[in-house]
Unconditional design. Structure first.
Length: 119
């Protein structure tokens, strides 16, 4: 049976061992966590870089899309104006007196076509 002084020595050794195990566990755990943090920081920077590249690509696509949209709107406006001009020209042509003899009608049509090109 241990004596009181042996019990104190055993208790001191047990506490010292507990402290050393506690310190070793936390030291190892700290290094593991630091390694994981470092790995996550690298992964995070890669993800940020990828995100910036994707954002740049999206912005370029949006700029191209906006340019195409403005071109389309201009083309629609031009087409609408041409349609109005064509309708006016057709109305004008349909309301004119066309000569009945063939030779005069051909000359008249040629003159009308040239005038239509000028307008």
């Amino acid at each position: 049976m241990p004596t009181f002084s042996n019990f104190k020595d055993l208790l001191a050794i047990a506490l010292t061992m507990s402290f050393l195990l506690f310190y070793a566990y936390h030291t190892i755990n700290k290094k593991v966590l630091e390694t994981k943090i470092s790995q996550l920081e690298v992964k995070n920077s890669q993800l940020i870089s990828n995100l910036k590249e994707q954002n740049d690509a999206v912005m370029k696509w949006k700029e191209a899309s906006d340019l195409q949209q403005s071109k389309l709107m201009k083309m629609e406006k031009d087409a609408k104006n041409k349609m109005i001009e064509s309708q006016k020209f057709a109305y004008k042509m349909m309301n004119q007196d066309v000569p009945h003899d063939c030779e005069s009608a051909v000359k008249w049509a040629a003159v009308q076509a040239l005038e239509g090109e000028d307008e």
